[in-house]
Design a protein around this ligand. Structure first.
Ligand code: IPE
Ligand code: IPE
Ligand code: MG
Length: 266
């Protein structure tokens, strides 16, 4: 297994100045529209513009993995009209954007229980995943009908089918290789826009040691400058993974130097 994929609870990960993997809960589209006396649909449409801007900003900052939460397993509880609209927007976005992602060398894929989505959406997802499979400039993942508990449950199910001999004697790695994001490093930075401070059943397993950043900014207003602020906040964190500050300074001299430089520039 490549080093970057090793679990943060099993082995200390290497930490860079820029997060390798950013995971985002894009929240606040409805409130953005409401503030402007517009239908919620307008907020969702504007939210798509932010997705475009953030993909570009991630590439410019050499962030390798971007994972965004588009529709949760609990969003089926929304009014039928809004669900329909969100699905229509998803389909339109897939039809219009996947070729552009490919032209830009972006690998696209979807995580979540897509068997519950319209067959046209599923077809577009499959085609997009195949088309972009060999790209590696940015690994762009959309979570659709995704839930963190669903992810863990489906991983347990797959593990039990593929390795029944393990019975109760399995390791973290035996299970995590079946998780939806098994081939991506754990997120370094989690961003939630819209002011709520919760995880809402996003990547429950994968966020174990992720730095969490919450902002009041509504998703349609979130731009490259907002991403910069999140990254600056990330750079000021001390990622201890269970250790003490003193241990960290002794074990990772580069990180200590980096921190000292930054402290000097403040
Ligand atoms: C996030 O915006 C988009 C989805 C959940 C699909 P919301 O629609 O949740 O916006 P608010 O939270 O109502 O403002
Ligand atoms: C989380 O947003 C899901 C997505 C952004 C897709 P919600 O707006 O649905 O979250 P809750 O229900 O307020 O926690
Ligand atoms: Mg919301």
């Amino acid at each position: 297994m490549p080093d970057e994929l090793v679990s943060s609870t099993v082995q200390l990960p290497e930490i860079g100045d820029v997060p390798r993997h950013v995971a985002i809960i894009m929240d606040g589209n409805g409130r953005w529209a409401k503030q402007r006396h517009l239908p919620r649909a307008a907020g969702h449409k504007q939210g798509l513009e932010s997705v475009r801007a953030i993909i570009k900003a991630c590439i410019e900052r050499e962030i390798k993995y971007l994972t965004i939460f588009a529709f949760s397993s609990e969003n089926w509880r929304r009014p039928e009209d809004e669900i329909k609209l969100l699905m229509q927007l998803f389909l339109i976005a897939l039809e219009r954007e996947v070729s552009k992602l490919h032209e830009n060398g972006i690998r696209f894929r979807v995580i979540g229980d897509i068997s519950k989505l319209d067959s046209r959406i599923v077809d577009c997802i499959r085609q997009g995943e195949i088309l972009t499979a060999s790209n590696s400039r940015l690994f762009f993942t959309v979570a659709a009908n995704y839930g963190g508990r669903w992810d863990i449950m489906q991983a347990v199910r797959k593990m039990m089918i593929q390795a029944p001999h393990l019975q109760t004697n399995f390791t973290e790695a035996d299970l995590s290789r079946h998780l939806a994001l098994a081939d991506a490093p754990e997120p370094d930075l989690f961003i939630r826009t819209g002011g709520e401070c919760r995880i809402s059943n996003f990547l429950l397993w994968q966020l174990a040691y992720t730095e969490l950043y919450f902002t009041e900014t509504l998703w349609p207003d979130f731009d490259a400058a907002s991403l910069n602020r999140a990254i600056v906040s990330y750079q000021q964190r001390e990622r201890r993974f269970g250790r003490t500050s003193e241990q960290l300074a002794a074990a990772v001299p580069q990180q200590a130097i980096y921190k000292t430089n930054r402290d000097r520039s403040n």
